[in-house]
Ligand binder design. Structure first.
Ligand code: IVH
Length: 710
C-alpha cells in the first residue's frame, strides 16, 4: 500500500480536523464517519509501523482510535474483521517461520492522567460488582519500551521464543532469544509440577549500551541506530544470533500466561496473584521488575497514582527506556472475572507518560541534497539528551516549515520526541530572544554545485536541477547499490564515499569495474572482504531488470511501477522507442511517471550509460522474475479463505499456505464468519473450538487438504 502526497495531505488535514472536533465532519452520517476514521487510522498505522515516520503523536492517534471504538460501540454492525480495532498490531514478515501463541498476546488500553486511572478503577469495580468505596489491589510496573517476546519452556527447557506478531501468531526466533544472556535456557518449573509454560516479556537494551554501540558505529562510519527501541527490536530479528549477542540485549519478564502439567491440566491456579507469579519467575532465575523499585503492590488506586507520578518524574535517570507504567489487577480470579476484549484485558491499563520534551539552542542550519536534488534543511542544535538519546540534528523538512514556525539562528527551541523515533521542533521560545538571533536564509544556489535552485508548482521542496551535481551523483550511487535497488550486500554509504574519495567511483558503471586487488589493500578491507564484495557485485549484475530500473533514481519511479514496466519489456533499451502513450496505457502508470521515464530515456547520455553497464555485464534483458505472477483463476479452493492451525506433519505451514494460494485460496489469520476452511494439524486448540462453535467453517485434516489439491 502506498499513498500519493496529495492523499496523505488530505488524510492529515482531515485527521487534525477530527481531533479539533470539526462540527461539519462530526455531523456526517455514522457510516461516513466510520469509513473516514478507518481510512485515517489505517494510514497512520502505515506511517508508524511500516515507515517509522508518524505524522501524529501517539496521543493523537489514540484519540482517533477511541473515536472509532466509540462509534463501533454505538453501531456494532460496523465491526468487521478488518476494522483497525479488531487487530493487534502486526509485524509478521516472512523472514522467520510463523508460530501460533499458546494464548493470544493482547495489547493494552491507554490512560494519560489521574482521572483516567480513577475512571479505570471505577470501571473494574462495576464489572466485578464491587462497591465504589471498596479497594482493589493493583500491581504496577514499568511499561518497557522494546520488543515483546513469548518464551515457551517444556520440561524445564527453553524450546521456543517468538515475537508478538499479530497477537495470534508471531515469528519464531528461538536461536536469537538463546543469545540473550538474561533468558535462562532452562528453569525448574517441574518443581511445581508444571511441564509447559509460556512467559511474556520485553526485550530491551540499556540506554548507556545503546549510546556505546552508536559511538562505535560512528567511529566505523556505519549508520547510527535511531533509538534504543529500534536497536532492540531490530536485534531480535538479526539473521545471525552472534550479532544478537553483540548487542547486549536483555529481557524483562512480566507475564506468566499459561502453565500446564503433563496431563495438560491448568496449573496457573496454584499461583493466585500476578505479584506471586513474578516472585516465582524471579526465583527461577528470570529477570523481572524488582520489587519495591520497579514494581509495587498498591493497595488502592490512590497509591497507584502516586507510584506512577514518582516514576514519571524520575524516568530520565532510569537505565532503560520506559514509555509509561502498566497497572494490573493483582488477583488472578478477579482478572478472570473481568475478562478481556479482542484488543486488551479489562483488568489492566497502560498509564502513558507525557511526550518527552527538552529545550536546546538552534546553532546552525545545514542543507542536505537528495538523489533527485531535493534540498532538506537540517537544524544543528546544541547536543541534548532526550528520552535516552543524544540529539544534535533535527530535520526542518522544508522552507515553509521554517517560516511557519518563524525559527531563527540562535533561538532556544522546544523539541519533542513523541512516543519515540524522530525528534521534532515544536516551537521557538520567542520570549527568550535577546535580539541577537538571525533569520534563516534559505539558499538560492545549490550548496554543492552552486546551480540556482528551483521550486516546482505544488512541491514543498527546493531542488537543484543540475543532474551532474556531485552531491546528487553521490546519493544516486548510494541508492543504486542499496537494498531496495540493486541490493549489493556489503556496499553501504560509507564505503561508496571512500571509493569516491579514492577516485575509483565517479559514475554508476564505475561500480562494475572496481579493481578488487586495490580494494584488498585498503585499510579495514583485506582479501576476504574484497572477494565477498566481488561476489555481491557479480550477483547483482544478474538482477531482474525491474531492480535496475528502480535503481536509476528516476523521480517517482518506485519499485511497483518498475515492475509494471519490466513486465512489458524484453530489454531495458526498448524504452528508447516508447512514446508517452505507451506508458500511460499501462494500468497504474500516471502522467508524471510517464513524463519522467520518457525524458530519461530520450537523453542520449543516459542511453550511453546503460549501454556501458550492459558491456560491463549488467543484465538488461528481462528475466523470469520480471514476469508478473499470474493470478490464479482456477483450483479446488478458488475464492475460499483458509486458515491452518496446529502442527502440520507433512509440510511446513509456509508450504501449506503456498499450496493453498496455488489452489485459489486466500490465507487469513483468524477464525471469524469470513473463514471458509480450517485445516487442523496436531494439537489444534482454541481456533478449532471457535470454528466448531461457528458451525459455518469447513474443517479438514492435513491429509484431506492434500488429497483435495491433488
Ligand atoms: S502486560 C495482557 N506489562 O506493552 C497484558 N506489557 O501495549 C499485556 N509492555 O505488547 C501485556 N511493558 O509489549 C505488560 N510491564 C508490562 C509491559 C508490557 C511493556 C508492552 C508489551 C505489550 C504492550 C502493550
Amino acid at each position: 500500500m502506498t499513498y500519493s502526497s496529495p492523499v496523505q495531505k488530505e488524510l492529515v488535514n482531515r485527521s487534525k480536523a477530527y481531533l479539533e472536533g470539526d462540527a461539519a465532519l462530526l455531523a456526517q452520517s455514522p457510516a461516513i464517519r466510520n469509513a473516514q476514521l478507518r481510512e485515517m487510522i489505517v494510514f497512520h498505522e502505515w506511517r508508524y509501523y511500516i515507515h517509522n515516520d508518524p505524522v501524529l503523536s501517539d496521543f493523537e492517534y489514540d484519540q482517533l482510535y477511541k473515536m472509532l471504538e466509540a462509534l463501533e460501540k454505538d453501531y456494532p454492525e460496523f465491526i468487521t474483521a478488518d476494522s483497525p480495532t479488531q487487530r493487534v498490531s502486526s509485524d509478521v514478515s516472512n523472514d522467520f517461520p510463523t508460530v501460533p501463541h499458546l494464548t493470544p498476546m493482547l495489547s493494552l488500553a491507554n490512560s494519560y492522567n489521574a482521572e483516567d486511572l480513577q475512571e479505570f478503577d471505577q470501571q473494574v469495580k462495576r464489572m466485578l460488582n464491587m462497591a465504589e468505596d471498596e479497594d482493589i489491589v493493583y500491581a504496577v510496573e514499568p511499561k518497557f519500551d522494546g520488543g515483546s517476546v513469548a518464551l515457551v519452556y517444556e520440561n524445564d527447557q527453553l524450546v521456543r521464543a517468538a515475537t508478538r506478531g499479530n497477537g495470534q501468531e508471531g515469528e519464531e526466533m528461538t536461536a536469537n532469544a538463546r543469545a540473550i544472556r538474561s533468558v535462562p535456557l532452562s528453569a525448574s518449573f517441574s518443581d511445581l509440577n508444571i511441564s509447559k509454560v509460556e512467559l511474556r516479556g520485553e526485550v530491551l537494551i540499556r540506554k548507556d549500551k545503546f549510546e556505546a554501540i552508536n559511538k562505535k558505529r560512528a567511529a566505523e562510519g556505519i549508520s547510527l541506530f535511531a533509538n534504543p527501541r529500534n536497536t532492540a527490536t531490530g536485534g531480535l530479528r538479526m539473521k545471525d544470533p552472534r550479532e544478537v549477542a553483540d548487542r547486549n540485549l536483555e529481557a524483562f519478564l512480566y507475564t506468566l500466561g499459561y502453565a500446564t502439567n503433563d496431563a495438560g491440566e491448568n496449573k496457573l491456579d496454584a499461583i493466585p496473584t500476578h505479584y506471586e507469579s513474578l516472585d516465582l519467575l524471579e526465583k527461577l532465575g528470570f529477570k523481572v521488575p524488582i520489587d519495591g523499585k520497579e514494581r509495587k503492590l498498591c493497595k488502592n488506586i490512590q497509591e497507584v497514582i502516586e507510584f506512577c507520578t514518582t516514576w514519571e518524574n524520575g524516568r530520565e535517570a532510569y537505565a532503560y527506556e520506559v514509555d509509561g507504567m502498566v497497572v494490573k489487577v493483582n488477583d488472578r480470579t478477579l482478572q478472570e472475572r473481568a475478562g478481556h476484549t479482542s484488543h486488551h484485558p479489562r483488568w489492566a491499563i497502560a498509564y502513558k507518560f507525557a511526550a518527552k520534551q527538552a529545550t536546546t539552542k538552534l546553532d546552525a542550519v545545514e542543507y542536505q541534497i537528495g538523489k533527485i536534488g531535493s534540498i532538506t534543511p537540517v537544524a544543528k542544535v546544541a547536543p541534548v539528551s532526550l528520552a535516552g538519546v543524544t540529539i544534535s540534528s533535527i530535520s526542518l523538512h522544508n522552507e515553509d516549515f521554517i517560516s511557519e514556525k518563524d525559527l531563527r539562528l540562535g533561538d532556544t527551541v522546544l523539541i519533542e520526541r513523541a512516543g519515540d523515533v524522530i525528534p521534532y521542533i515544536v516551537k521557538a521560545l520567542d520570549d527568550l530572544r535577546d535580539g541577537s538571533e538571525l533569520p534563516i536564509v534559505f539558499p538560492d544556489k545549490c550548496p554543492s554545485c552552486a546551480t540556482p535552485l528551483i521550486r516546482e508548482e505544488g512541491e514543498a521542496a527546493w531542488r537543484c536541477p543540475n543532474y551532474e551535481c556531485p552531491a546528487q551523483v553521490l546519493q544516486r550511487i548510494i541508492f543504486h547499490v542499496s537494498k531496495p535497488a540493486m541490493n549489493i550486500d556489503g556496499l553501504g554509504r560509507s564505503i561508496v564515499e571512500r571509493f569516491m574519495e579514492q577516485g575509483w567511483v565517479k559514475t554508476l558503471p564505475d561500480i562494475y569495474r572496481l579493481e578488487y586487488d586495490k580494494i584488498a589493500q585498503l585499510e579495514g578491507f583485506g582479501p576476504k572482504s574484497a572477494t565477498n564484495l566481488r561476489a555481491a557485485i557479480d550477483e547483482a549484475k544478474q538482477n531482474p531488470i525491474y531492480r535496475l530500473l528502480h535503481s536509476l533514481s528516476i523521480h517517482h519511479l518506485g519499485k511497483k511501477i518498475s515492475k509494471l514496466l519490466a513486465a512489458e519489456l524484453e530489454h531495458v533499451l526498448q524504452l528508447k522507442d516508447w512514446t508517452y502513450d505507451d506508458y500511460v496505457h499501462i494500468k497504474d502508470v500516471g502522467p508524471t511517471v510517464a513524463e519522467n521515464v520518457s525524458a530519461y530515456f530520450s537523453d542520449p547520455a543516459n542511453i550511453a550509460m546503460l549501454e556501458e553497464l550492459e558491456a560491463l555485464g549488467v543484465n538488461l534483458t528481462a528475466t523470469e522474475a520480471d514476469q508478473p505472477v499470474a493470478a490464479v483463476t482456477e483450483g479446488p479452493f478458488l475464492g475460499k479463505t483458509i486458515l491452518f492451525t496446529g502442527k502440520l506433519l507433512q509440510m511446513s505451514r509456509k508450504e501449506a499456505q503456498e499450496k493453498a494460494v496455488a489452489a485459489g485460496a486466500k490465507n487469513i489469520s483468524a477464525v471469524s464468519g469470513n473463514l471458509d476452511i480450517l485445516v487442523v494439524g496436531e494439537k489444534a486448540g482454541s481456533k478449532l473450538k471457535k470454528a466448531q462453535a461457528l458451525g459455518t467453517v469447513k474443517i479438514m485434516t492435513e491429509d484431506e487438504f492434500l488429497a483435495q489439491i491433488g
